[in-house]
Design a protein around this ligand. Structure first.
Ligand code: C2E
Ligand code: CA
Ligand code: CA
Length: 750
């Protein structure tokens, strides 16, 4: 509490202490002003009173007396002759009547009539003496008047002290930091101090007589009732409680409009005595209310921050943990299942790295919003950090329930996000653990869901998966794999294999596709499927691609120089690599440094990457295109199969996915997709390459349809650098059914 000394208060206090002993009534001689026009009367009265110890002053006329009374100190008593020339005694009395001087008048009436005396007394004279009078009579009268004056002075002083003390208390109460109040037994205000206005915006008068329920938030009424108006059987115990009060003031300190949080104390007031000797009748309640709104808000804010993610306003890991703990206890009691869904956005890091944190943050907020829309009552959604979210689905009857939510989430994220003119696609990998099947403790449930999530990530993303016990082993092996892959990059264990692309008309090798291989010191040759998805997930893919591409460029540049200048090189490019800020520069530098001809390079990009990253990569691909680099769409037909993007995209070549080629079995119908793709490519003036060609039948069919560039086991599996050099030296046999066995033998299949 701060209370700056107020000048008013200081003077009040000073006044009180100065007069603490009462007025100095007896300590000085009583002073008498003798007013008489007759010199002898004046002199003799003066001498007489002086001899008795009075302080004497003389005035020879009514005018002189009034003049004297203009200055302080005024005499205690005035002996006033009524009959005087000029200003008479009655004139003097009349003049003094309005002035409330601290003096008493005793009139001297000579021959004057009773009428005069009566008038003098009614107009304010205290007493009278009729001339001639005895000396004793004079002294008695003066003493009597003097006593009356003293009494009145004391009374006046006492009253003044009382007012002052009341003022002081009033001041203290009004300047108290808290609202101070009194309630009558019914709970209506009988007193409130000034703070009530400052605290609640209610005028004092508006509060008086009003019931306290009018100023208490309805949700707190029950507590208020108990504390403020309960006639407790105990003594005058005081109670403390936090109440929300209705305020008419604008909101402060982040508080709620119209609401003040107050710490309210209440003390019952009881009459002394009564029939029960311990306690008299209940008279009401006394108490004070302290404004704790700001403190409360600050506490709430700290609390909120401790349990929420401030970016998305979702519960954070700590709160999720708490809720899950509760839910697990409940599920155990009620013998029901519950599910934990661990969700990780696919490739969020790329957006964050390329478009910046602001865009990343916005995206997360929008994602959170969509996820929120998938919640059902009772579910909890939390952001665990980064691009990781977690759902708590209490009470799922069966796995299908959880699967349904997971699918809803995936569907919800399927449409692109619009962030600052960027159209962004975000997939998600969702791992689901179920209590009690996957685990019984909070930690195990979260971890299992996480492992299941990691599992789906490792298998190509965007989907959901339930936790299975055998995933534990896979999970640790995935972690080990990641470590090993980093090591592989450092130890230079990665290299490109080459698969020839054959022109069916000439039978010549017109190009090669570089495909990554990992020569693992213990496991031997590792296929891309076993490390590319992981590399994409961990971001290592950028390094992997660069390494493979550089080595492939070096090899192809050597072959180009060595007599195969027309040889093309197809490179697989990941989304993450294209999103590198220096993608174009790095590519061109690599071509330059390795000596490969830019117009012999084809970049293979998958449909899904194009769809998702269109606006990030189109400008980059155009720049590369202007240098002669060609762009092909890999796995064409497996993705969105939307042709509209082809117009927006600088594409030169389509690669028919091997699954369609695989469908070609000679009975006609199944091959219609291949047909459609080939015709469409022709219509758009695009090159077409078929991959995964394994059989003579497929080969013939493709050739009939007008696809002349082919890649597949029928000619050769991907082979290492020296293997391809062998192919280049001997050439690929023409696609001729009669040669099939020998061709396959050469390709290493039989
Ligand atoms: P992709 O780009 O579609 O590559 C074609 C895949 O089909 C290769 O698998 C190739 O070996 C395989 N293939 C070729 N002819 C036949 C055939 O007649 N029958 C069958 N069944 N398969 C055939 P691979 O080498 O295992 O690569 C798998 C995928 O891994 C590639 O699919 C590509 O998406 C990715 N990948 C490979 N190397 C790289 C790389 O250096 N960077 C990136 N980003 N991805 C790569
Ligand atoms: Ca490819
Ligand atoms: Ca492909």
């Amino acid at each position: 509490m701060t209370m700056t000394p107020d000048p008013g208060l200081v003077s009040l206090a000073a006044g009180l202490s100065a007069g603490a002993d009462g007025p100095a009534v007896e300590s000085r001689p009583t002073t008498v002003l003798i007013v008489d026009d007759q010199p002898r009367m004046r002199e003799s009265l003066g001498a007489l009173l002086g001899s008795r110890g009075y302080g004497v002053e003389l005035a020879d006329s009514g005018g002189a007396a009034l003049a004297r009374l203009e200055r302080a100190p005024v005499p205690d008593l005035i002996l006033l002759d009524l009959v005087m020339p000029g200003t008479s005694g009655l004139d003097v009395i009349a003049a003094l009547a309005a002035r409330e001087l601290d003096t008493r008048i005793v009139v001297l009436s000579g021959a004057a009539s009773f009428e005069h005396v009566k008038r003098a007394l009614t107009q304010g004279a205290a007493d009278f003496l009729r001339k001639p009078f005895e000396a004793e009579e004079l002294f008695t009268t003066l003493a009597r008047v003097q006593r009356a004056l003293d009494l009145e002075r004391r009374a006046r002083f006492a009253e003044k002290r009382l007012t002052e003390s009341e003022q002081l208390h009033r001041f203290m109460i009004d300047h108290a930091p808290d609202m101070v109040y009194l309630l009558d037994p019914e709970g209506c205000f009988t007193f409130v101090n000034d703070r009530a206005t400052a605290l609640l915006g209610w005028a004092r008068d508006a509060l008086l007589g009003r019931h306290f329920r009018d100023i208490v938030h309805e949700q707190d009424l029950e507590v208020a009732q108990f504390v403020l108006n309960e006639r407790r059987t105990g003594d005058r115990a005081s109670r403390d409680v936090e109440l929300r009060l209705r305020s008419r003031l604008p909101a402060r300190g982040g508080g709620v409009q119209g609401e003040v949080v107050a710490e309210v104390t209440a003390t019952g007031i009881y009459a002394v005595g009564g029939t029960d000797s311990r306690r008299g009748a209940f008279l009401g309640t006394y108490g004070h209310a302290r404004d704790v709104t700001e403190r409360k808000r600050a506490q709430e804010m700290v609390q909120y921050q401790a349990y929420h993610d401030l970016l998305t306003h979702l519960p954070n890991r700590a709160l999720f943990h708490d809720r899950l703990e509760l839910a697990v206890a409940q599920a155990r009691r009620n013998k029901v299942r519950l599910a934990v869904m661990f969700l990780d956005l696919d490739r969020f890091k790329v957006v964050n790295d390329t478009l910046g944190h602001t865009v990343g943050d916005r995206l997360l907020q929008q994602v959170a919003e969509r996820l929120r829309n998938c919640l059902r009552g009772g579910d909890t959604l939390a952001r665990l950090g980064g691009d990781e979210f977690c759902f708590l689905l209490p009470d799922v009857a069966c796995r299908e329930d959880a699967a349904g939510v997971a699918q809803k989430v995936l569907d919800g994220l399927a449409t692109p996000f619009q962030v600052e003119n960027h159209e962004l696609f975000v997939g998600a990998s969702i791992g689901i653990s179920v209590y009690p099947d996957s685990g019984e403790s909070v930690e195990v449930l979260i971890q299992s869901a996480d492992i299941a999530m990691y599992h789906i990530k490792g298998r190509g993303k965007n989907g959901y998966e339930f936790f299975l016990p055998e995933m534990n082993a896979k999970f640790s092996s995935l972690l080990a794999l990641e470590r090993e892959l980093r090591n592989a990059l450092a130890m230079d264990e990665l290299e490109p294999f080459f698969q020839p692309q054959v022109d069916l008309d000439s039978g010549a090798i017109i190009g090669v596709e570089a495909l990554a291989r990992w020569r693992h010191p213990e496991r031997g040759l590792v296929e891309p499927i076993d490390f590319i998805p992981l590399a994409e997930e961990t971001g290592l893919i950028v390094q992997v691609d660069r390494c493979i591409q550089r080595k492939a460029c070096e090899a192809v540049a050597a072959w180009q120089r060595g007599g195969r200048p027309e040889l093309t090189l197809s490179l697989n490019v990941s989304a993450a690599q294209m999103e590198q800020a220096d993608f174009v520069e790095a590519m061109l530098a690599m071509f330059e440094e390795t000596g490969v001809r830019t117009d012999s390079v084809k970049l293979e990009i998958t449909e899904s990457v194009i769809m998702r990253e269109m606006e990030l990569i189109v400008p980059k691909l155009r720049r590369l295109g202007s240098k002669g680099v060609r762009i092909g769409i890999d796995d064409f037909g497996t993705g969105y199969s939307s042709l509209s993007y082809l117009q927006r995209f600088p594409v030169d070549m389509l690669k028919i996915d091997r699954s369609f080629v695989n469908d070609i079995r000679g009975d006609g119908d199944e091959a219609s997709i291949v047909n459609a793709i080939i015709h469409m490519a022709r219509g758009l003036g695009l090159d077409i390459v078929a991959e995964g060609v394994e059989s003579e039948l497929q080969l013939r069919y493709l050739q009939q349809q007008g696809c002349h560039q082919v890649q597949g086991y029928i000619f050769s599996r991907p082979v290492d650098r020296s293997g391809l050099e062998g192919c280049l030296a001997h050439g690929m046999p023409r696609a001729d059914p009669a040669d099939r066995t020998s061709r396959l033998r050469r390709a290493g299949r039989v």
